[in-house]
Design a protein around this ligand. Sequence first.
Ligand code: NAD
Length: 423
Amino acid sequence: MSYDKIEVPDEGEQITLKEGTEGEIEVPDNPIIPIIHGDGIGKDVGPAAQKVLEAAAEATGRSINWMRVYAGESAQEKYSENLPDETVEAIREHRVAIKGPLTTPVGSGFRSLNVALRQTLDLYANVRPTYYLDGVPSPMKAPEEMDMVTFRENTEDVYAGIEWEAGTDESEQVRDFVEDEMDFDGIMHEGDIGLGLKPISEKGSKRLVREAIDYAIENDRDKVTLVHKGNIMKFTEGQFGDWGMEVAEEEYPDEEVFAAPDSLWETQDEVDIPEDAVMVEERLADAMLQWMQLRTDEFDILAMPNLNGDYLSDAAGAQIGGLGIAPGGNFGTGRMLAEPVHGSAPKRAGQDMANPTAMILSGRLMFDYLGWDDASDLIRDAVEETISSGKVTYDLERQLEGAEKLATSEYTDEIVDTIEQLS
Ligand code: NAD
């Protein structure tokens, strides 16, 4: 495909789908990878991540051919729109890409670009590995007990954007429909009211839970916990839990996956679980936020609807050192878009201050998807060694006694030097 404003690198090959497979990718040693630096601190952490990923690829005998693509403020400048079609098409065509944070003003009628990208590309699973890096300050007594991966449904729930503004004809029409035609006899207060829909589908729930269980099997994990609020929202969150348990019960052999009976209400201490089987259980979302702090080491893989996943993964990130550290990625069938958990932090933007670790580790997750395990390990070792030596950005420095505060660019250079020394 030819593009209007995107410059295609002179060298490099495209990542493609392996023939005869539905979602396996074929990765050359010199892939073209689209990158969106992002808004706000994206201008600092985007180029930083690029440098570190390049160094790790080169140290393991590969090369990355970056292709800058635009969304948010940078797209507004170049195209006078926030999400140009050719950005979406370039990411679709190249299958694997990485992005920094994009700003979404609250309540402005401006649709989230992140949500739009995830929906348009059908990146249905938002995956956030939450693991502790040596040397990182944490408010927890035993942060190293955290080694969890959250799978958040990424295309539906109240994030689907099906909502009507208070004071509009549409919201009144929906109110009338619900009250008159659907015979709703609960409380909707008189006067202006904002209304929204919470779609939770069988397709969306099952493919997400399947993804989480497959990950658990492939990565030798013990347990998948389905996190929902089904005691209150029975036909959406509760249904998510039921469909998830159905996947565990019906789609895998018993010796591989064990669906824990009545796990919402009964402890599983007495249950005989086949050796090596992945246990699939349910937990209520409010209780889960408590267990995650009090019994961190009991949890492994979490799978949940969109909103729960948003809240819970940020809270999990805080336990291992905060948003500056927390990586993520959006996965679809044969495609992936890596992105840090954090936002554009406008107050710190363009000051060479922000912590690029979250975006660097999101790149590490991308390397895992490419099958570049050696480069991925190298990044983890280099980041850990740099932080352990007390060289950190401002957000960690203020929590670490005796640490040295580095600018984004200085911290990045330290990691690149460490990669070169380790390889
Ligand atoms: P935020 O993540 O930008 O910032 C929250 C806090 O964390 C701030 O105090 C910030 O300084 C700190 N922080 C975040 N990342 C950091 C880093 N790398 N290094 C050091 N400190 C860091 O969240 P917010 O303030 O709620 O949102 C700001 C904007 O970002 C909003 O427009 C929001 O919609 C958007 N956002 C985008 C994404 C995304 O692109 N995926 C995710 C979340 C928020």
